[in-house]
Design a protein around this ligand. Structure first.
Ligand SMILES: Nc1ncnc2c1ncn2[C@@H]1O[C@H](COP(=O)(O)OP(=O)(O)OP(=O)(O)O)[C@@H](O)[C@H]1O
Length: 350
């Protein structure tokens, strides 16, 4: 299976009301082929579920008939971005084209902060928002692998005599990570000031353009990078990720304490519990609370913070992250619903 063959097949498909085929009309974006998986986005100007379904089935049918009948095809929809939004960051301030910055934090590593950041970004973009994802985890960047862009390098462009970085774009999300700029093994040994200076450049020297949301995947814990970012940009809201275990919850309390400080000028939107329960793919209605039940919900109540939802522990979430096709771009409707619910909580509170 090659990109050319898949694009040729897609050139036989037309979106209602368009004279050009969906490839020539620029409707097909982010085509990725990974073993027998094919994934791409369709950029459309309609929320009509029937029209979307028709387009999706015709695209899948064309590929199965003309390229490979056994291909596993994942299609994500994105709305055409709406221009001329009013932006909240001050004019000429760093990120002046960004309406809302959402920082995703966790008290400790490995609780799924990057998984939540990536899929939250994709879920927000589904309803037409223009979204960027800044991987501020200098010591453990996840974006290159999770979005399948490892080894790719962003381009530079000249703005008023100054070279600025243009984020990569995948599945409609603008992406930047230290892993896309330097060899990952180099950044791991950087000391605090160097890491802080790199993160400062992520704000000042990157052409993020106009965005409705910039999701910032923060490093785990609380440290210099958090302070640097909070001092530089106006963060509209902080999402805290925790797992149900006591130890992760104890660490989440440190995050609440740090971001709860009034002088940091960041509002905590609430807590999301990741890996809340295990759901086997073949029994999606069965929920097994293997790490204990409703821990984060109780913690949220204790601190009088909103509880933003539960994300199940699902094999396809892990697999999606590993193969560079996040679960929001897959057919796993159970996981997608959990992230969509989280996105609507964030949308309504940010
Ligand atoms: N809900 C989930 N179901 C299944 N696997 C998950 C889930 N959430 C995260 N994972 C997996 O757990 C591992 C850790 O997740 P992730 O990298 O997102 O955590 P993190 O908190 O960002 O870690 P770090 O602090 O190291 O950056 C990954 O392999 C990821 O695919």
């Amino acid at each position: 299976m090659t990109k050319e063959k898949v694009l040729d097949a897609l050139k036989t498909v037309y979106h209602t009301g368009n004279e050009k085929d969906i490839v020539s009309a620029g409707i097909v974006q982010d085509l990725t082929i990974e073993k027998y998986y094919i994934s791409f986005s369709l950029i459309v100007d309609t929320n009509d579920a029937d029209l979307r379904l028709k387009l999706k089935s015709e695209a899948i049918k064309a590929i199965k008939e003309q390229v490979n009948k056994d291909a596993i095809i994942k299609v994500a929809f994105q709305n055409k971005p709406v221009a001329d939004t009013v932006y909240e960051q001050e004019q000429n301030a760093p990120l002046s084209g960004v309406k809302k910055v959402i920082a995703v934090i966790s008290g400790k590593g490995g609780v799924g902060k990057s998984t939540v950041s990536a899929n939250l970004a994709l879920a927000l973009a589904e309803s037409g928002a223009k979204v960027g994802l800044m991987d501020a985890d200098i010591y453990g960047p996840s974006v290159p692998i999770m979005f399948g862009v490892r080894g790719e390098r962003p381009l530079m462009k000249d703005v008023n005599g100054k070279g600025v970085i243009v984020p990569l774009e995948r599945f409609g999300i603008r992406l930047l990570s230290i892993g896309l700029l330097v060899d990952e093994s180099k950044a791991v040994v950087w000391r605090g000031p160097m890491a802080s200076s790199a993160i400062r450049q992520f704000v000042t020297d990157v052409d993020w353009g106009n965005l409705d949301y910039l999701i910032v995947d923060m490093p785990p814990g609380t440290g210099d990078i958090h302070l640097t970012l909070l001092q530089m940009i106006k963060v509209s809201g902080v999402v805290i990720v925790s797992t149900p275990q006591d130890v992760a919850l104890a660490d989440a309390k440190k995050g609440i304490a740090m971001f709860g400080q009034a002088q940091l000028n960041a509002r905590i939107l609430g807590l999301v519990e990741n890996m809340s329960y295990f759901t086997p793919a073949e029994l999606p209605d069965n929920k097994y609370y293997i790490f204990g039940k409703k821990g984060a919900q109780k913690l949220a109540e204790q601190y009088e913070l909103p509880f933003l939802g539960e994300i199940p522990l699902v094999q396809s979430i892990r697999e999606g992250g590993d193969i560079g096709i996040p679960v929001m771009v897959s057919d796993d409707e159970v996981s997608k619903k959990a992230f969509r619910d989280l996105a609507s909580e964030v949308e309504s509170r940010a």
